[in-house]
Design a protein. Structure first.
Ligand SMILES: NC(=O)c1ccc[n+]([C@@H]2O[C@H](COP(=O)([O-])OP(=O)(O)OC[C@H]3O[C@@H](n4cnc5c(N)ncnc54)[C@H](O)[C@@H]3O)[C@@H](O)[C@H]2O)c1
Length: 327
């Protein structure tokens, strides 16, 4: 049996602390320490988790096999480059980087070095999504709402790169078709970049996704609704619930169903609430990187997935810039 992979966390803020907690439950991984430039925070985190704080990120990287980057987005590219050039595997929080140029550079370096890099699109591991992933998903119309209350964390980038990017990534993973056209409108309210946005993405296969994201809402909501010929699939990422409404040939005893009369005859409609797996999404995503390193397989959310989500996000930002509603 080989030694566990040594892991170090760069950036021990809101999310970095969750990662520190979760790495401890990941099999085949050993957390060796972390780096955070905020001295007071570093001491507090080191005390709380009884974990060594390294003097520099470079020193931490030397002592690791896997570097987990949970620093603010505008520092992702810097630390990815340092880690990859030392041949270390990388987990980097979403979005992959702050600019397309940085994102492309990370992809290029990852390819050249052959390390595994996973992007922190943690919603891919949300139990509500996992509960419907076995279904044949081929939506023709998608409705998305991701609404959050204002929080200064994450405002170094727009609501598109901060919040909507989660949904862009999920939709691209489900639709698996090229993007034909994007229309978008955004409003800049509390920060220097759009805080709310509405986007319509048309895909080559005819699917249309309508996304609304806000980081200045009174209420929280994180829902994706998929409409396809034979089914409606509702996924609630916040409440961790899912609902599937399907047209069936005939009623069965296991599912709640009822008949309706339609112009083409009687139809049976079945409503199911899939069983939600009891999983911790952060632990799952970290485990999945370790598995991809050990098995030499593509990470579930690879550097290319991170780049594709950013490409769509940037097209959206360009559309919004050409269609300014804010100032
Ligand atoms: N996957 C998700 O759902 C999710 C949720 C929240 C945040 N995030 C992402 O995680 C990252 C961090 O966000 P956060 O909310 O934890 O922010 P945060 O501000 O709470 O934490 C960032 C930490 O990084 C440290 N830091 C600052 N500059 C640094 C540098 N140059 N090098 C190393 N560390 C540095 C800060 O001292 C701070 O402790 C962002 O990229 C954000 O988009 C992802």
């Amino acid at each position: 049996m080989s030694e566990p992979l040594k892991v170090g966390v760069i950036g021990a803020g809101y999310l970095g602390k969750y990662h520190i907690e979760n790495w401890r439950s990941v099999k085949d991984a050993k957390l060796v320490g972390f780096y955070d430039p905020d001295q007071a925070n570093a001491i507090a985190v080191s005390d709380k988790y009884e974990l060594p704080c390294f003097e520099s990120g470079e020193d931490l990287i030397e002592h690791c096999d896997v570097v987990d980057i949970a620093a603010p987005t505008d520092h992702h590219a810097f630390w990815c480059e340092k880690a990859i050039k030392k041949g270390k595997h990388v987990f980097v929080e979403k979005p992959l980087a702050a600019s397309m140029q940085e994102a492309r550079r990370i992809v290029e370096l990852t390819r050249e070095s052959g390390v595994r890099l996973q992007v922190g699109h943690v919603e891919r591991f949300n139990p509500a999504l996992l509960a419907v992933q076995h279904l044949d998903l081929h939506p023709m119309f998608i409705e998305v709402h991701r609404l959050a209350q204002f929080n200064p964390r994450g405002t170094e980038v727009s609501v598109i790169l901060d919040l909507m990017i989660h949904d862009i990534d999920i939709i691209l993973s489900i639709v698996k078709s090229g993007v034909k056209n994007i229309s978008a409108s955004g409003v800049t309210v509390l920060t220097d970049t759009p805080d709310i946005a509405n986007v319509r993405i048309e895909f080559d296969n005819g699917c249309v996704a309508n996304l609304t994201s806000s980081r200045i809402s009174m209420k929280k909501m994180r829902k994706i609704r998929l409409f396809q010929k034979d089914a409606y699939i509702g996924i609630d990422f916040l409440e961790k619930k899912a609902e599937v409404i399907k047209l069936k040939e005939e009623a069965d005893e296991k599912t709640f169903s009822f008949d309706i009369d339609t112009p083409t005859g009687k139809k049976t409609i079945a409503i199911a609430t899939p069983t939600i797996p009891q999983v911790n999404a952060i632990q799952r995503e970290l485990e999945s990187l370790i598995a991809s390193i050990r098995n030499q397989t593509r990470p579930v959310v690879s550097e290319m997935d991170g780049l594709l989500a950013m490409e769509v996000a940037h097209q959206i930002l360009e559309k919004i810039a050409n269609n300014v509603v804010g100032h």
